[in-house]
Design a protein around this ligand. Structure first.
Ligand SMILES: Cc1cc2nc3c(=O)[nH]c(=O)nc-3n(C[C@H](O)[C@H](O)[C@H](O)COP(=O)(O)O)c2cc1C
Length: 198
């Protein structure tokens, strides 16, 4: 049975000037160890790749981040002290995957392991079915680019909401993949840590 964790509605009417967010965007490597509130998690995930246009009979939904052929192949996972959750952007809810605390695997640097929240961007290559994806290299190329947009959305939301964040490429992907019990076609591209500023 799927265990669902509801999220509060994202506060999409919050205002913050885009140019200021771009100016303030920064990689921060220090946080308070306070857990993020449910509201902040909701806003953060919606900013990352939430739905901005519902699917209609003819066309698929759209998200805050673009994706090649609108494949929407990048799934965001949350790594919290209380476990691993997948973000279901269609329903704006969390799906519990395990109760393991995997924060120690989000990044290889010691300081990253103290962050209250980790995001893992996982490309599900099986969702990339358009003809332009001739082989896995083509899928990977687009999935890696698509992840960059999501990560930047997280950076910009954090700048606006006064949160500290760092994208992490320095990750033991094989170990994290194994700990998260992902499938072969689910590839970890990048992780990102988030926390309240000191
Ligand atoms: C793809 C990618 C991977 C990164 N990996 C790491 C990392 O593993 N550890 C880290 O401390 N910073 C990492 N960073 C952050 C960069 O070091 C940082 O963006 C860069 O120094 C520029 O600083 P700024 O983001 O504040 O402009 C990464 C950034 C990107 C875009």
């Amino acid at each position: 049975m799927e265990i669902v964790q509801p999220l509060p509605e994202p506060q999409i009417d919050l205002e913050f000037p885009l140019m200021k967010a771009l100016e303030k965007r920064r990689t921060i490597r220090k946080w308070r160890d306070t857990p993020l509130s449910h509201q902040d998690i909701s806003n953060l995930l919606w900013a990352a790749c939430g739905i901005t246009k519902q699917a209609t009979g003819k066309s698929k939904s759209k998200r805050t981040a673009p994706s090649a052929c609108n494949s929407q192949e990048v799934r965001v996972y949350l790594i919290l002290k209380q476990g691993v959750f997948a973000y279901d952007e269609g329903e704006h809810k969390l799906i519990a995957k395990s109760s393991k605390d995997l924060r120690a695997f989000v990044g290889t640097q010691k300081m990253m392991q103290s962050a209250p929240l980790g995001l893992v961007f996982v490309a599900d290559l099986s969702r990339m079915t358009a003809r332009i994806f001739k082989n896995e290299e083509a899928q990977r190329f687009c999935a890696w680019v698509d992840t960059g947009y999501i990560s930047q959305n997280v950076y910009l939301y954090c700048a606006a909401a006064n949160l500290g964040t760092a994208a992490l490429g320095w990750v033991n992907r094989d170990k994290l993949h194994q700990e998260m019990e992902l499938l072969d076609h689910e590839k970890i591209v990048l992780t990102q840590v988030v926390g309240y500023l000191n």
